[in-house]
Design a binder for this molecule. Structure first.
Ligand SMILES: CC(=O)CC(=O)SCCNC(=O)CCNC(=O)[C@H](O)C(C)(C)COP(=O)(O)OP(=O)(O)OC[C@H]1O[C@@H](n2cnc3c(N)ncnc32)[C@H](O)[C@@H]1OP(=O)(O)O
Ligand SMILES: NC(=O)C1=CN([C@@H]2O[C@H](COP(=O)(O)OP(=O)(O)OC[C@H]3O[C@@H](n4cnc5c(N)ncnc54)[C@H](O)[C@@H]3O)[C@@H](O)[C@H]2O)C=CC1
Length: 309
């Protein structure tokens, strides 16, 4: 069910802007990002359906959301355990799961896709959903590095398609990048901005350029660190310590790579190096390729640059 509202957009003086008030959200991909987005959306009063191809992944995601929310409740409601229990119950009741995206998008206002970082797979998903989702439903991708325009091209709703780029861990990181393509309507863009606000996030507006703002700056830095390590100019431990204590970053580049997922890092790298074969900034990394080939994707598999077991 979609609601439309009028409000005065501060940046546009007195012009009235319409946006879809998003109540029902379908989140596709129950991995680290999808589960995090689902947690935040459910705890801010949205009805959320989390979709993945695999039931076990969904069960694990729900367990993770509940565990995280219990931690939040313990701190936030330390003096009011009953209110905390009510908050937890309400949030968990807002979450349902499904392995069939096509059947659950019928009643949804917004689809947020957080599946594997692969253009063809994302296009196939959205192309299929476009045929069954209601006309008003907005589609958004959480892609780290792909073009929203390219992903949207598999659909016939270019005006109702944008990017919503969250950061890991979603419940903690306060930013959302909201991306408009040249076809995204003002109403869709405002709806995505408003949704981010409802989630308690600060948003920035981005053009549909590779890596948007954050990853365009973050990835070259991380890849430079990997190349420094490959040259033997610093150990990964020393590089991590240096960037944490020298720059005040919460994680060094190797810890952060393991946290993001080396498979995702490689998907990003491969895409950018194919598009920019002569740019040394995006050159292939032997170490990264080897770890991914060995299934060492970082924290989520128990080993990446470091071991987590
Ligand atoms: C690749 C892309 O497309 C874009 C990206 O996402 S790039 C990656 C962006 N993310 C980053 O740069 C993360 C950098 N790292 C950090 O900010 C921090 O190390 C961290 C927040 C992950 C952990 O912080 P920490 O202080 O070492 O650990 P910890 O004390 O356990 O956690 C801090 C708080 O976050 C909470 N938290 C940590 N992980 C959480 C999770 N997965 N879910 C919910 N809450 C979580 C903790 O409960 C704790 O809360 P309080 O402050 O209320 O006590
Ligand atoms: N890991 C990170 O730090 C960040 C990742 N992203 C982006 O978010 C997306 C997801 O990343 P992660 O959650 O880290 O990956 P992940 O590997 O943890 O989870 C991806 C999930 O998608 C599921 N999936 C794959 N194909 C599917 C399909 N066709 N339908 C339904 N489910 C499907 C997988 O089973 C898996 O559970 C990627 O596009 C990534 O680039 C964006 C911001 C940060």
């Amino acid at each position: 069910m979609a609601f439309f509202t009028h409000h005065i957009c501060r940046g546009l003086s007195s012009s009235a802007v319409r946006h879809v008030v998003i109540k029902n959200v379908t989140i596709i991909g129950g991995g680290q990002m999808g589960a995090g987005i689902a947690q935040v959306a459910a705890s801010t009063g949205h009805a959320v359906t989390l979709v993945d191809t695999n039931e076990d992944i969904l069960k694990k995601a729900v367990k993770g959301i509940e565990g995280n929310l219990k931690r939040v409740v313990k701190k936030k409601f330390a003096d009011k355990p009953e209110a905390g229990e009510e908050f937890l119950q309400k949030a968990m009741q807002n979450v349902s799961i499904s392995t069939d995206a096509g059947s659950v998008v019928q009643g949804t206002d917004l689809v947020v896709e957080a599946i594997v970082e692969n253009l063809k797979v994302k296009q196939d998903l959205f192309g299929g959903l476009d045929k069954v989702a209601p006309a008003h439903t907005i589609f958004a991708s959480n892609t780290s590095s792909l073009s929203i325009t390219d992903i949207a091209s598999s659909t016939n709703r270019l005006d109702r398609f944008g990017g919503l780029h969250f950061f890991n861990p979603v419940p903690v990181m306060r930013l959302v990048e909201v991306i408009a393509t040249s076809s995204t309507s003002q109403e869709t863009f405002d709806s995505l901005l408003n949704f981010s606000k409802m989630l308690g996030k600060t948003s920035v507006s981005c053009k549909d350029t590779p890596g948007f703002i954050v990853n365009r700056l973050l990835l070259p830095y991380i890849l430079d660190a990997v190349r420094m390590y490959e040259r033997g100019d610093g150990s990964k431990e020393d590089i991590d310590i240096a960037m944490k204590l020298g720059c005040g970053y919460p994680m060094g580049p190797f810890e952060l790579s393991d946290y993001v997922g080396l498979d995702t890092m490689k998907f990003i790298m491969d895409g950018w190096s194919a598009a920019n074969p002569d740019n040394p900034m995006f050159a292939q990394s032997e170490v990264l390729n080897k770890l991914v080939a060995e299934g060492k994707f970082g924290k989520k598999t128990g080993e990446g640059f470091y071991k987590y077991k």
